[in-house]
Write a protein that binds this ligand. Structure first.
Ligand SMILES: [Zn+2]
Length: 251
């Protein structure tokens, strides 16, 4: 699949929707990137088993300071469906670009399961309604292709004037949100070193915090999906808690 085949959609939506959100993408990096940051040594790390994304300074690293509430609020005179649609389009596009950058590190060998923690591997529901384990790159390819097809479907994400959003739109976008959350969860769990190597942790954290804030504001996200089960918590749940303590996200 092509990671950058959505430009036509972007242009077709632009005249109706609000301006693109300022969420950055990998394409904003200068070609001559400075050397990667040095991870904290194990002796200075407060908890050796703590994932790097929960450690200082990475957990605080962001492009946007303060609370995300203001940038998720519905702008005046904008239809709420249109606002949700354009934001989902942006989250999908930006996440797809991040994944495109780290895709060579996410292989059948390195990631034989769609892991979100050492205790949780997501399963995919196949055409026979059976829950199956897939390698992470296969799972993510299925998710991204499915979302791209929905975004391209005029019946699901209408872009032409006079075309209304279908009644199923809220439930469809909740499904989309849950699957995109899983892609974030896998990248944080399995590929954070690559994000650090690219020095893109401020960008990636800001994208994810924006995604979480938006999802909570419009009730697209279930808390249990963010935190995982009590016996199988996921790392992004701890990140969410930390960002709430810091005031980045609302309670
Ligand atoms: Zn992977």
């Amino acid at each position: 699949m092509s990671f950058f085949n959505s430009i036509g959609r972007s242009m077709s939506r632009a005249p109706r929707g609000p301006k693109r959100s300022p969420t950055p993408t990998s394409s904003t990096f200068p070609p001559d990137m400075p050397p990667p940051p040095v991870p904290p040594s194990p002796t200075t790390s407060p908890a050796p088993n703590k994932p790097l994304y929960l450690c200082s300074p990475f957990v605080e690293s962001a492009l946007v300071k303060g609370n995300f509430k203001t940038i998720v609020m519905l702008p005046k005179y904008v239809d709420i469906m249109e606002w949700v649609a354009v934001n989902i389009f942006d989250f999908y596009t930006n996440l797809n670009e991040f994944y495109g950058v780290i895709t060579e590190c996410c292989t059948q060998q390195s990631c034989p399961t769609m892991s979100a923690s050492n205790a949780l591997n997501y399963t995919w529901i196949n055409q026979d309604r059976k829950s199956v384990h897939l390698a992470a790159p296969t799972y993510i390819d299925y998710v991204m292709t499915w979302v791209q097809n929905l975004l391209d479907d005029e019946g699901t994400f209408p872009t032409k004037s006079g075309h209304d959003f279908p009644q199923s739109f809220p439930s469809t976008v909740k499904h989309v949100y849950r699957q995109l959350l899983r892609v974030f969860a896998h990248i944080y769990h399995a590929h954070y070193p690559q994000i650090l190597h690219l020095r893109s942790e401020p960008h990636f954290n800001s994208l994810f915090a924006h995604f979480l804030a938006f999802g909570r504001e419009y009730e697209l996200l279930e808390i249990k999906d963010v935190k995982g089960a009590p016996n199988a918590p996921i790392g992004i749940g701890a990140l969410w808690e930390r960002w709430r303590e810091m005031g980045t996200l609302e309670g």
